[in-house]
Design a protein around this ligand. Structure first.
Ligand code: DGL
Length: 259
């Protein structure tokens, strides 16, 4: 017999970044089935227009819902900033959970600290980001650091190259020894956290929105009576708009890296 909680949770991002969130979701809700869609053919979202990001997000959400998703996680700060409100208005009965730069936990942990917010250009230029800083930045000095090109570079999969180190140095090198915390406000960036720490120093604390998003999904599924009732571990499936075996292997590799 079908139960309400039987469906899967659809999770999407512009590409591999959302896999850092997927890991947090699986850790928090190990009995749920997840279907992850990475729009790698259209990445990066953070350098597109808002209208383009909205259209892509709408299209993916509708396809996941048509395939039977019981809830949606927008595992992308950029798409959340642009599209979450519109998607929720279009699908009021579906739990739709987004992600935002984890400034709230950062400002709580470092009340008078200096905190970098690394994110895409789109995320940092929208009013939603300014509201976040006003609401939760507290007494922190909050420094936005747009990182054009970084998500696209991470999409290539090789996380050890000297070119990547040079890129990161360009974004944050000037802050070495001068900051207390870094908010990784793009879901791709947790995959280069260690490389950023090498530049900024071992004492710098990192924050990302994965765990908070996972807790929020648990609340929303519980409230809607949609939590999976099964005992077996949930399944995780990957799909990509770059539908090649190499791309899907890359997703699996990033999923194991995120352990
Ligand atoms: N991973 C996404 C984010 O959290 C978008 C990166 C991109 O495609 O530019 O913002």
């Amino acid at each position: 017999m079908n139960q309400r909680g039987d469906g899967f949770v659809g999770v999407f991002d512009s590409g591999v970044g959302g896999i850092s969130v997927l890991r947090a979701l699986v850790d928090e809700l190990p009995h749920e089935d997840f279907r992850f869609f990475g729009d790698s053919a259209n990445a990066p979202y953070g350098e597109k227009t808002e209208a383009q990001v909205l259209e892509l997000s709408r299209d993916i959400t509708e396809r996941l819902l048509a395939a039977g998703a019981k809830a949606i996680v927008i595992a992308c700060n950029t798409a959340t900033s642009v599209a979450a409100k519109t998607l929720r208005a279009a699908h009021p009965d579906v739990p739709i959970v987004g992600i935002e730069p984890a400034l709230k936990p950062a400002a709580r942990a470092l009340p008078h600290g200096t905190v970098l917010v690394m994110a895409t250009e789109v995320t940092l230029r929208l009013e939603k980001y300014r509201e976040l800083v006003r609401a939760w930045g507290g007494e922190c000095e909050v420094i936005p650091v747009p990182c054009p090109g970084l998500a696209a570079r991470i999409e290539r999969g090789d996380l050890d190259g000297a070119d990547l180190a040079a890129m990161l140095e360009g974004y944050v090198g000037a802050y070495a020894g001068k900051v207390d915390g870094v908010v990784l406000g793009c879901t791709h960036y947790p995959f280069v956290r260690r490389r950023i720490a090498e530049i900024l120093g071992a004492d710098v604390r990192f924050f990302d929105g994965g765990a908070g998003t996972a807790r929020q999904l648990r609340v929303r599924l519980t409230d809607a009576g949609l939590l999976a009732g099964r005992d077996r571990p949930g399944r995780v499936e990957f799909a990509s708009s770059l539908d090649t075996p190499e791309e899907l292997a890359l997703y699996e590799r990033f999923f194991s890296l995120s352990c």
